[in-house]
Write a protein that binds this ligand. Structure first.
Ligand SMILES: [Zn+2]
Ligand SMILES: [Zn+2]
Length: 431
């Protein structure tokens, strides 16, 4: 497949079909996928960062395509321990060794060294703290989102129990409801607590059987050997990114939960010292990409396996249609946002999403393909929705093992109705 940056012709140079044109997107060939791998330059990023990002994008695109080719047409078995996860574990052990060395050495200098060395000791301890492995914390999530309970939402928990039993997965320790478009499963903290988070807008916009698929995919993460959720590989996958962030003069200021000292280091990054550290930052970033490229195959394999579990439990049809909702998520969010501003709650969001789904139907093939361009990155947590859709519908057809009727779905909605107005206001203000 060739890729071009030169002016785009009206017909595909490879197969002479008419090129697809989706508002604002670079044209590509729907039939032979010519130019699909190419992402437009983003001048806002600056020349160097843009080139670096496009390079990572190309690698991500290639990874997606290679893994899909390798897995499609075969049964999706549970990912086992691979050479890659063994290598990532070894790097993690090394990283922990380095961090412990820095912390202990720093402490020793602070206690026993002369003044100047004490200062270096403090810096060493600071670096070790800033690059420490993150186990994730349950408390901030609990504060941010609403916790659901067996007494408050008995029908929802009964469904979770059924899906977990069918998936052979443990039930989550904590179920949270968020005003976001999405759902996630995480294992957090020293106690490795399993947390399931459901975004109400997505959840309530889905058709009943798609909700079963969504739950099954998320619970599938508790049993699919996913290296991005594993304690063994997390230090390797995070450390070099942290180092690159610390050293980089180009880094964007920390947006999320990072502590103050990180921002201080960021300012340092803009100074002359930052320029000196630049090559080291780039080297750390390269190692970071390399480890993610190594880990991405296993991680994506784990995602496909979670999708396969979901198809087995919720059925092939609903898995395919859920992937289409995911592929068009940005469009659905927009209509839900505008409905929320008009005062509509969950029933209105669902109606808007259904209307959008009908309107998008003729463009679906192209929108699925576009996810491959949009989501290509060695850092993406999931394979592009378009490939997940194709993988699901090309596996042998499966009917649903756990069925959720319309009436049961309505009872689930009723259990969550109390959250709708509060979330509607959040969505109206921010989407
Ligand atoms: Zn073509
Ligand atoms: Zn997933």
């Amino acid at each position: 497949m060739s890729i071009t940056q030169t002016p785009v012709p009206a017909l595909c140079p490879q197969c002479h079909s008419r090129l697809a044109d989706e508002g604002g997107e670079l044209p590509w060939c729907e039939r032979c996928e010519w130019n699909l791998a190419f992402r437009a330059p983003d001048p806002a990023l600056g020349r160097f960062t843009d080139r670096q990002e496009r390079w990572a994008h190309r690698i991500g695109y290639r990874l997606d395509a290679d893994l899909f080719t390798k897995l499609s047409g075969h049964p999706l078995t549970r990912p086992g321990t691979t050479a890659v996860s063994a290598a990532l574990t070894a790097v993690s052990v090394l990283v922990i060794g380095i961090l412990l060395g820095l912390a202990v050495g720093g402490l020793w200098l602070v206690v026993a060294g002369p003044f100047l060395l004490k200062l270096i000791g403090v810096i060493m301890i600071g670096c070790a703290l800033l690059c420490r492995p993150r186990l994730g914390r349950v408390a901030p999530l609990r504060e941010k989102y609403d916790e659901l309970s067996r007494t408050g939402q008995p029908e929802l928990f009964a469904l979770i129990d059924r899906v977990a039993a069918a998936a052979g997965a443990p039930v989550p320790d904590l179920v949270l409801l968020s005003p976001e478009w999405g759902a996630s499963a995480a294992v957090l903290g020293l106690r490795r607590r399993r947390v399931l988070t459901l975004g109400l807008p997505l959840w309530s916009s889905l058709r009943p059987q798609e909700r079963v698929v969504l739950l099954a995919h998320e619970l599938g993460h508790f049993v699919n050997n996913d290296n991005r959720r594993s304690l063994r590989t997390q230090p390797a996958l995070a450390f070099f990114g942290d180092v690159a962030e610390l050293l980089s003069p180009l880094r964007r200021l920390v947006e999320e939960d990072d502590e103050e000292p990180v921002a201080a280091f960021a300012r340092l990054g803009q100074s002359a010292l930052g320029q000196l550290l630049w090559p080291a930052a780039r080297a750390a970033w390269l190692v970071h990409v390399l480890l993610h490229v190594l880990g991405a195959r296993d991680a994506q394999r784990a995602e496909y396996h979670a999708d396969d579990t979901a198809a087995r439990i919720g059925g092939t049809t609903a898995t395919g249609s859920l992937m289409d909702v995911v592929a068009c998520g940005h469009l659905h969010r927009t209509v839900v946002g505008s409905r929320a501003r008009g005062g509509a709650r969950a029933a209105g969001w669902r109606e808007a999403v259904e209307q959008t789904r009908a309107a998008l139907e003729p463009r679906l093939g192209r929108l699925r393909q576009l996810t491959r361009r949009r989501d290509a990155s060695p850092f993406s947590s999931h394979p592009p929705a378009g490939l997940r859709h194709r993988m699901a519908v090309t596996q042998p057809y499966r009917s649903a093992q756990v069925v959720l009727t319309e009436a049961a779905a309505e009872r689930l909605d009723a259990e969550l109705a109390g959250f709708e107005e509060g979330y509607r206001r959040v969505i109206a203000a921010s989407w």
